[in-house]
Design a protein around this ligand. Structure first.
Ligand code: NI
Length: 185
């Protein structure tokens, strides 16, 4: 089932999300399946639960979507439940980011190049590993969503000023997206 995307201006995108209990959270597998279907349809690489209106600490990443250009990501479909960032590299990289909740805006964002993370996978198994490259980038973007942060928060005051009116319009429902969105008003 395709779930409607919550767009900039929706309060849930600014909430600090809560951990979930893997064993007892209702219909978790179905929720994750629906999130993957929604992500695939919207042609994104990552989707966090707050973006579909749920303030819980869960996100998914689909790098299979870019495997035509990046063959090492063939078959990459990962679920991250109650994730944590344990360590960050001092080395940083800048990369252009966009967000399904902020359609039509792409900006360069500087983040740590590598992160040591832990999380529960889709089977409830605890994982701990260093991420790097594009995987580290997407993980950090999605992780921000769980803390109510958006990639535009990382921009310089100057870049923020440049997109301010676009964001304001978006929060009032003036935007276009090629996927199903929850109306802002
Ligand atoms: Ni996003």
């Amino acid at each position: 089932m395709i779930l409607p995307m919550y767009i900039f201006g929706q309060p849930v995108l600014r909430k600090v999300a809560e951990d979930i209990d893997f064993e007892t959270y209702p219909n978790l597998k179905e929720l994750i399946d629906n999130m993957f279907e929604t992500l695939r349809r919207s042609e994104g690489v990552g989707l966090a639960a707050p973006q579909i209106g749920l303030p819980i600490r869960l996100f998914i990443i689909d790098l299979d979507a870019i495997s035509e250009d990046e063959p090492q990501y063939k078959g990459y479909f990962h679920t991250f439940i109650n994730p944590e960032i344990l360590e960050e590299s001092k080395e940083t990289t800048s990369m252009s980011e966009g967000c399904l909740s902020i359609p039509g805006i792409n900006e360069s964002v500087k983040r740590p190049a590598k992160v040591l993370v832990n999380y529960l996978d889709e089977n409830g198994q605890e994982q701990e590993r260093w991420l790097e490259g594009f995987e580290a980038r997407v993980f950090q973007h999605e992780y921000d969503h769980l803390d109510g942060k958006l990639f535009v928060d990382h921009l310089s005051p100057f870049r923020k000023q440049l997109i301010k009116s676009k964001l304001l319009a978006m929060s009032k429902g003036k935007f276009s997206a090629h996927y199903k969105c929850k109306p802002n008003h």
